[in-house]
Ligand binder design. Structure first.
Ligand SMILES: [Fe+2]
Ligand SMILES: [Fe+2]
Length: 261
């Protein structure tokens, strides 16, 4: 691993990874000046403000914790990858994840502050931080967690009645699409060069991560007010897990990996 810290040649891979690094540099945005923080926080008038913001703060808190995990795992990956293109690209992702941590943190403070971290999400983030193999970290963070974030942001963008939150999610999603794109392209190349035994190890870790995702969608924060009667919380949780896992399988098939049924 030590030999990956400092490389002897400046050798950029011509192709998608370098193109994504160029995109990352030109698409940088500033959470202080590119978000209109003077927009008032909105909520569905079908709910009381207190209930609407309590549930929203719980969802945004999980995003915020996830962004902190992404920041830490992404920084870990820089010395572990052996090629210059990937190091430069991942460095751009570190500042993206810092900005996401900032923007969700600022928004959370407008709606009541962070709530409890979902214990299954916490386990997933710790497993990714502690994973010894670079492929496990890459598939867990760059494909599974990035895909989960993107699917969750899109779903929230479609349903939220808050214009400020929609603006934030649109900006963050643009970055997350690039992160997921890198994950799929880079892993496809790495996985093609590994042995079947190594691929089986990565798929085993992946099955554990996916299991935690499914469990995390069924968890309810016990400190939230009771859900309004017209919400079908339990059934929507399991169908959302199915939707996430279906999307994950599609992304893995592009890489050459399988998720055990
Ligand atoms: Fe992010
Ligand atoms: Fe990301």
């Amino acid at each position: 691993m030590g030999q990956s810290y400092i490389l002897a040649n400046f050798d950029l891979v011509e192709g998608e990874e370098t193109r994504l690094y160029e995109m990352a540099k030109s698409e940088q945005w500033n959470a202080s000046t590119d978000i209109d923080w003077s927009k008032p926080v909105g909520w569905s008038k079908k709910l009381t403000k207190e209930t609407a913001l309590a549930y929203r703060a719980d969802v945004i808190s999980q995003f915020w914790y996830g962004e902190q995990g992404a920041l830490a795992v992404c920084a870990q990956l820089i010395p572990l990858v052996p090629d210059m293109s990937a190091k430069l690209y991942l460095s751009s992702q570190v500042i993206d994840e810092a900005r996401h941590t900032e923007v969700f943190g600022r928004y959370l403070n407008l709606i009541g502050g962070p709530t409890q971290l979902n214990p299954h999400l916490e386990r997933l983030l710790l497993n990714l931080l502690e994973a010894p193999g670079v492929e496990e970290k890459l598939v867990g963070m760059q494909v599974l967690a990035e895909g989960l974030a993107l699917d969750s942001f899109h779903s929230m963008m479609d349903t939220t009645s808050d214009a400020l939150l929609r603006d934030i999610l649109a900006k963050v999603s643009q970055d997350e699409s690039r992160h997921l794109g890198f994950g799929v392209l880079y892993l496809k190349r790495r996985i093609a060069q590994t042995t079947p035994e190594r691929r089986a190890e990565v798929e085993k870790a992946l099955a554990g991560y996916a299991h935690l995702i499914a469990k995390s969608t069924g968890w309810r924060n016990p400190n939230l007010p009771p859900p309004p009667a017209h919400w079908q919380v339990e059934s929507s949780g399991s169908s959302f897990a199915e939707y996430l896992l279906k999307n994950l399988r599609g992304r893995l098939s592009q890489i050459g990996l399988k998720l055990a049924a």
